[in-house]
Design a protein around this ligand. Structure first.
Ligand code: FEO
Ligand code: CA
Ligand code: CA
Ligand code: CA
Length: 751
């Protein structure tokens, strides 16, 4: 999601390649070169794009050259006569519809409010619906497909039936725009009515919904017994070093082993043992803190922690949920110290320490309590991407902290991977084995294209002796991972969003969505000069509005050094720079993006296994005067396939600032192509596929969110009427929804 303090208020990788890998890469490159030659003729004959007027439309031409290739290391061999990225690029668009290439069909599958129980009434979509604990939540985000056999058992190959586990990140802010959950837009003053709060809480969290293909048609199974919800009120367990630590003591869980719910779930992951991982992102903003709480806490070190995680005393909450009433379920949202206890077991002063984790969920089994994996650190989590699992080696999990100037992390398990754990009887127990003990690292990137993973533990003298915050133990380190990363001088990045691992070579890609605080002339501690890994600071005009810093974002990639996932060093370059196609090619459009490829603010990113395609999704506020948010398909090369470049800036004092960076091989028509553009006001986020790669599931988040509250009663003034304008469901109010994309010839997606 956009940052509340950044975009919500507006209408919203080096050169070391080892020998064995070089052979591998040469094979990939030669395959791509031959494909490129074949593709040229196909593009020349592609038909001109025609946009449909409906909310879902195909566009462009088709191409049938019989050339087959797929990156090595992928799990499914290509079907015959398929080549990757053979579709015609979708043009940029401001239409209130989902556009996909000609030859593809996008179908709405599962939208806000859809029932998950047989007895739950159909969604009316007029603001009067209730019982959201038994309905699809709002702001669909990261998701995974968990295949089911015909008899309803977990499968890794079934491609016509499965469960979608899905994040419901947020709900539209009633104070800033129309709040479509409530008949009249909701109460914008405090106190908030309990009924409104209950609804808003219940649309957050995670849902699991069965989806099934009958003939060629996919639909959600609204009465499936597999379906379930996790909301911010569901009891969940704490795992890892923080379990039972006094930092987690609350009135609800005096022994610090549990908390209620999960909050602001954004990116996601999938474990090698078949469970779902969800990243808790902007949870901090949901909590209120009194204006005198620093003194109430005796100005102890909890104040330092709260400030570092965005809750200065006097902070107000995003939705005012703490004002819903005297019931404990409302009171918990006020984290001021109110009780007399020394340990916090009589109030909710520690409640926020229960949020900010990667939470593990067993999508197949609703009877299992979800568990927060504290060993992976507490910050504004996005996705959690596993490195290639190798028997006998530890597992690596890559993660980012999405706030301006925050860090990139990885977790390395203490246990070595045992392939027998891939299909366990008790999946959550395998989670305990690999995710509760290990080492947490943060990334420090050097200007020469190398980098180091720095361990965050009491063994590190910079942490044990940190003056600004006195760490007590490993629990304190993981709960306050940002402070520990500060202590070791990690590299501040341009908002690390999703990460994903290239199955062909194990390299790790991170989207860095944008950073308004990157400037050639820093004038405050929050402003940073461009550096090698975050090298751009420029102005992009959006109409008459200047977007400063790194408004279009970039995608960085890492190649681990010796030790693979357990390595403590890596090399890096920048795979792609987001930019407008017409922008200065020497300072801004460094990846030479054309009109068929240009994008801004990369966010969702996932390599899907069936084809090895890297899918890039945007959550943009800078290029939205020209195009709605989008999704692109990419066939990346590898770290070091481009060149060193120097960017020279003129500083305010008349001197020059020269920044060396490493730019990956420039994009070409065969390696990067726009595949989808979403409806007005939406963010494209969340992507998963069936094992055969023939159904692609994508989430369309918050269409029409910039609709003015004053226009709640007049659908003609909604900025979006999607998906009702695509023929889905009653009412004109826009709804976040999952779509399924299929290819009309039954082929794999992205060919
Ligand atoms: Fe929820 Fe950082 O996007
Ligand atoms: Ca985002
Ligand atoms: Ca995101
Ligand atoms: Ca612009």
């Amino acid at each position: 999601m956009n940052k509340p303090n950044d975009l919500k208020l507006m209408p919203t990788e080096a050169d070391a390649i080892d020998t064995s890998d070089s052979n591998h890469f040469n094979a990939v490159l030669s395959a791509r070169l031959s494909r490129r030659n074949m593709l040229r003729g196909g593009f020349a004959t592609a038909a001109t794009a025609v946009l449909g007027g409906l909310g879902l439309a195909g566009c462009g031409g088709s191409d049938d050259d019989p050339v087959t290739t797929v990156p090595p290391g992928t799990t499914t061999p290509p079907a015959s006569a398929e080549k990757l990225l053979a579709f015609t690029a979708v043009p940029k668009s401001l239409a209130d519809s989902v556009l996909v290439p000609a030859g593809y069909t996008a179908t709405v599958l599962y939208a806000l409010g859809d029932p998950l129980r047989a007895g739950t009434p159909a969604y009316k979509n007029d603001g009067t619906d209730t019982d959201f604990e038994n309905r699809a939540g709002d702001h669909h985000d990261g998701m995974e497909f968990f295949a089911l056999s015909a008899t309803g058992t977990p499968s890794t190959t079934a491609s016509d039936r499965g469960l979608l586990a899905m994040n419901h990140e947020a709900t539209t802010d009633e104070k800033l725009s129309s709040h479509f959950l409530h008949a009249n837009g909701g109460t914008t003053s405090l106190p908030r009515p309990a009924a409104e709060v209950d609804k808003e809480v219940a649309v957050h969290g995670i849902s699991v919904v069965e989806v099934k293909k009958t003939g060629t048609t996919w639909a959600s199974v609204n009465d499936s017994t597999f379906n379930y919800r996790i909301t911010p009120l569901t009891d969940v367990e704490i795992g890892g070093p923080a379990r039972g630590n006094s930092l987690l003591f609350t009135k609800h869980s005096p022994n610090g082993t549990r908390t209620r719910g999960t909050l602001n779930n954004c990116g996601n992951g999938r474990t090698p043992w078949g469970t779902y991982l969800s990243g808790e992102e902007n949870w901090s903003g949901y909590f209120a803190r009194s204006a005198t709480d620093d003194a109430a806490r005796g100005n102890d070190k909890s104040v330092t922690s709260l400030r570092r995680y965005g809750r200065n005393q006097g902070a107000t909450s995003r939705h005012g949920w703490e004002t819903g009433g005297k019931d404990d379920k409302y009171v918990r949202w006020d984290i001021s110290k109110k009780g007399a206890s020394a340990d916090g077991t009589d109030d909710y002063r520690n409640e926020m320490n229960g949020q900010g984790y990667i939470i593990e969920v067993d999508a197949y089994d609703k009877t299992k309590l979800a568990k927060k994996r504290s060993a992976l650190g507490r910050f504004a989590h996005e996705s959690a991407a596993f490195g290639i699992a190798t028997a006998g080696q530890p597992l690596a999990v890559y993660m980012g902290d999405d706030s301006r100037n925050e860090y990139i992390y990885k977790f390395v398990s203490a246990a070595a991977w045992n392939a027998a754990d891939a299909t366990p009887a008790d999946r959550m127990a395998i989670g305990d084995k690999y995710l509760d003990s290990g080492k947490l690292y943060v990334a420090k990137l050097a200007s020469d294209g190398t980098g180091q993973w720095i361990e965050l533990s009491m063994n590190n003298p910079q942490i044990a002796a940190y003056a600004a915050y006195k760490f007590a133990d490993l629990a304190d380190v993981v709960v306050n991972a940002r402070l520990a990363a500060d202590a070791v001088g990690a590299t501040k990045m341009d908002r690390p969003e999703w990460c994903s691992v290239n199955p062909a070579n194990g390299e790790i890609y991170y989207t860095l969505t944008n950073n308004s605080n990157r400037t050639v002339n820093p004038s405050s501690s929050s402003q940073l000069a461009p550096d090698a890994a975050n090298p751009r600071a420029y102005t992009d005009m959006k109409g008459t509005s200047a977007q400063n810093g790194n408004p279009n974002g970039h995608i960085i990639r890492f190649k681990e050094g010796s030790g693979a996932g357990a390595a403590t060093s890596f090399t890096w370059d920048v795979y792609l720079f987001g930019a407008e196609s017409g922008a200065d090619a020497t300072k801004i459009n460094l990846s030479a993006l054309t009109a068929d490829q240009d994008f801004s603010s990369p966010d969702g990113l996932a390599f899907l296994k069936s084809t090895g395609i890297c899918w890039i999704q945007t959550d943009d506020g800078a290029y939205t005067d020209v195009t709605n948010c989008m999704m692109l398909a990419a066939l990346p090369g590898q770290v070091g396939d481009g060149a060193k470049t120097t960017l020279t800036y003129d500083k305010a004092d008349g001197s020059k600032l020269a920044v060396d960076t490493f730019v990956g091989k420039k994009a070409s028509a065969d390696t990067l192509k726009r595949f989808l553009v979403g409806p007005v006001g939406s963010e494209i986020t969340g992507i998963t596929e069936t094992p055969d790669g023939k159904a692609l599931f994508v989430n369309i988040q918050h269409p029409g969110e910039s609709t003015s509250l004053a226009n709640i009663a007049d659908p003609t003034k909604y900025t979006s009427q999607w998906p009702s304008n695509a023929g889905y469901g009653p009412g004109k109010r826009p709804r976040s929804a999952t779509i399924v994309i299929t290819k009309n010839d039954g082929g794999r997606i992205g060919t």
